[in-house]
Design a protein around this ligand. Structure first.
Ligand code: PMP
Length: 406
């Protein structure tokens, strides 16, 4: 597939939509991406020809649905270059993946007096589960700060590591600042101390090529809906050595091997962590989404989106009174900013009236907002179907906001 923007846009029916009689500009991809026709068709095809509950069925449809589901698991394995399909657990999203690890890992490995390291830039989904697990288990959550550019300080993080540290949980890419964290270095550092590392890849996997073996992360979590796949799909990658030891997160059908009246034995990986009927049609859509991404090539997507971030940054800085939050040289996919003293919510409302979708507020990162002493930001987050022409429209809208508040 060529990286032909017109052709790509034609694959996404919703991009033709008009909002307030204007061609919609969708810059809320950090919250959720739009879906290409290929994904929508895969879901329709699933219901029109393959719909059935998976696993255990001997009849044809159940076998077909099961095979398709397991094929997607292998596709995900290859997409993030995991060692085995058993290390790929389907969840309903990054949040569920993160809760699964915090809960199960916590039960197995974290006790009173232990420590967990995270950072101030985390999304609540990679913060609250650790905070609550630590409180329940008498452990301490240690929180690394950031510099003025929105970057982590590796020396600070290493200084927090000790023989009580059980895990480091950090974002691959910040959903507020866009910072691509130096995760490979952090992982190598943590491993020197014998500490496993979880990466919240919710904003990573749709923008960057991800190779979990090369990164050597111990867990990697992401959501399907932020990578052009349906809502309610997600993945937890975990190294087998941890997943084997961790207790199941939910109990019920499929995750069992044998149930006796007085005890239960558990299924092999990955099924031990997949209790109940999963989102089979969502996974069919995830399959199509990954094929679509592979067709474009993650390296080319990253390169194209970098040009959008650079262009947006340059144009924003031409506007008087703009403050950009997150100015690391190593950034992906988004710009977060404030316009003078205008409240982000007011700015977002006016920008919306011009048919442009941006997100405003704390972006589920309230500790970060407190740290930066701001109520929130306006965030324009990009996808490969966005264009510099659309960014020009955003810039015009921001100038209008400034005029209205002058
Ligand atoms: N982590 C990060 C960095 C995110 O950006 C998000 C979604 N905004 C999440 C976790 C949670 O993802 P989901 O709501 O799809 O579970």
């Amino acid at each position: 597939m060529n990286f032909n923007i017109e052709q790509i846009r034609a694959d996404f029916p919703i991009l033709q939509r008009k909002i307030y009689n204007r061609q919609m500009v969708y810059f809320d991809n950090g919250a959720s991406t739009q879906k290409p026709r290929q994904v929508i068709d895969a879901i329709c095809k699933y219901y029109e020809s393959d719909n059935c509950n998976i696993h255990r069925g001997v009849h044809h449809l159940s076998v077909v649905a099961t095979e398709a589901y397991e094929e997607t698991r292998k596709l995900v394995r290859d997409f993030i270059h995991a060692k085995s399909a058993g290390e790929i657990i389907f969840t309903k999203g990054a949040t569920e993946s993160l809760n699964l690890v915090a809960t199960s890992f916590g039960k197995k490995y974290v006790g009173a007096g232990d420590e967990v390291i995270t950072t101030i830039m985390e999304h609540h989904s990679n913060f609250v589960p650790w905070q609550v697990m630590c409180a329940e288990r008498g452990a301490t959550l240690r929180i690394a700060g950031i510099n003025d550019k929105g970057e982590l300080n590796l020396a600070e993080i290493e200084g927090m590591m000790n023989d009580k540290t059980r895990i480091v949980a950090i974002a691959h890419v910040s959903n507020v600042l866009g910072t691509i964290n130096p995760v490979k270095k952090i992982i190598a550092m943590a491993h020197r101390h014998g500490i496993p590392v979880l990466l919240d890849g919710a904003q990573g996997v749709s923008h960057l090529p991800v190779d979990v073996q090369e990164l050597d992360c111990d867990f990697y979590c992401f959501s399907g809906h932020k990578m052009y796949a349906p809502m309610g799909t997600g993945v937890l990658y975990g190294k087998e050595k941890y997943l084997e030891e961790m207790p199941p997160y939910q109990l019920g059908g499929e995750m069992i091997r044998d149930v006796f009246v007085d005890h239960t034995t558990y299924n092999d990986l990955p099924y031990k962590f997949e209790a109940g009927t999963p989102n089979v049609e969502g996974v069919a859509g995830l399959h199509a989404a990954i094929l679509y991404l592979k067709g474009l090539g993650m390296a080319r997507i990253a390169h194209y989106e970098d040009t959008l971030v650079e262009y947006a940054t340059r144009k924003l800085l031409e506007i008087e009174g703009i403050r950009i939050y997150g100015t690391s040289a190593n950034k992906a996919s988004l710009v977060s900013f404030l316009i003078g003293n205008i409240h982000p919510y007011d700015a977002g409302m006016i920008i919306d009236k011009m048919g442009i979708a941006v997100r405003t507020g704390h972006h589920c990162a309230m500790p970060l907002m407190d740290f930066m002493k701001i109520p929130g930001t306006v965030r324009a987050s990009f996808a490969f179907y966005n264009t510099t022409g659309e960014i020009d429209q955003l810039i015009a809208a921001i100038r209008k906001v400034r005029e209205m508040f002058a």
